[in-house]
Write a protein that binds this ligand. Structure first.
Ligand code: F6R
Length: 239
């Protein structure tokens, strides 16, 4: 595990983007695993900048997003598909048919999970954030974790945290489809990003606490190629 902490947002974002750029230089057809949420947005911005400067091309990559809300179609303003489209996909040259995200309005969600798992090629680089309760993807804390893509019931804590994107808490979906812990850990490399004081404790627990289903992020300790990018606040329990 390599842990880096940065005193400026820009440095952190550039470091995250550099990991992606270095990979694409070596392997233009790399498969990227992507996350939504605030944590990776600055990295996506840096990647858009690099693309606009002609430093990298996304023409040959494939992307797989970690998760999608159940009940929101692609065009819904709060769908994760729309999140990615507005912040990343629309600004680079990824052919739309090469970006995959679970279908939140699939007629049969069990079938959809099986379909997504079959599509999932080996991810070269997974970009990952963490929830305040330790979730990665939408693998919520509990008595057990699932390895493959599955349907989850979101915890109240997660729904409250994500309600900032919705007009009210009751508009936040109750369920989602998410890659499982096994899917995430199979990635060749993981770039784990966290920002802010409110993430400091869960980051510490995830990286140095017991490996337990009560903190899904703790399973990252088992990954052989984990790069951790933190701002000073998120790193404050470690430093
Ligand atoms: C997003 C995802 C979530 C977020 C987590 C942190 O696709 O799977 O695990 O990474 O909820 O969200 P932010 O970055 O908004 O704090």
């Amino acid at each position: 595990m390599h842990i880096f902490s940065f005193s400026s947002e820009e440095e952190l974002n550039k470091a995250g983007a550099k990991v992606v750029i270095d990979l694409l230089m070596k392997k233009p057809s790399a498969i990227l695993g992507l996350a939504t949420g605030q944590s990776p947005v600055g990295i996506y911005k840096q990647l858009v900048k690099a693309y606009k400067k002609g430093i990298i091309s996304f023409q040959l990559i494939k992307t797989f997003n970690l998760d999608e809300y159940i009940g929101l179609n692609k065009e819904h303003p709060q769908s994760f598909y729309m999140f990615m489209k507005q912040r990343f996909f629309d600004h680079v040259n990824i052919p739309s048919e090469r970006s995959y995200i679970p279908d939140g309005i699939a007629p049969d969600f069990n079938e959809e999970c099986i379909r997504y798992d079959r599509l999932l090629n080996k991810i070269d680089l997974q970009i990952l954030g963490i929830g305040h309760n330790g979730h990665i993807g939408f693998n919520e804390p509990g008595n057990y974790l699932s390895s493959r893509t599955h349907v989850v019931e979101l915890t109240e804590e997660t729904r409250i945290a994500n309600s900032k994107y919705f007009s009210s808490l009751n508009k936040v979906p109750t369920h989602a489809i998410t890659m499982g812990i096994g899917n995430i850990l199979k990635a060749q490399k993981i770039v784990f990003v966290a920002r802010g004081k409110e993430k400091a404790e869960i980051v510490f627990q995830s990286l140095f606490g017991p490996i337990t289903t009560e903190c899904p992020g703790s399973f990252l300790q088992l990954h052989p190629n984990l790069v951790v990018l933190l701002d000073k606040e998120a790193a404050s329990y470690i430093d």
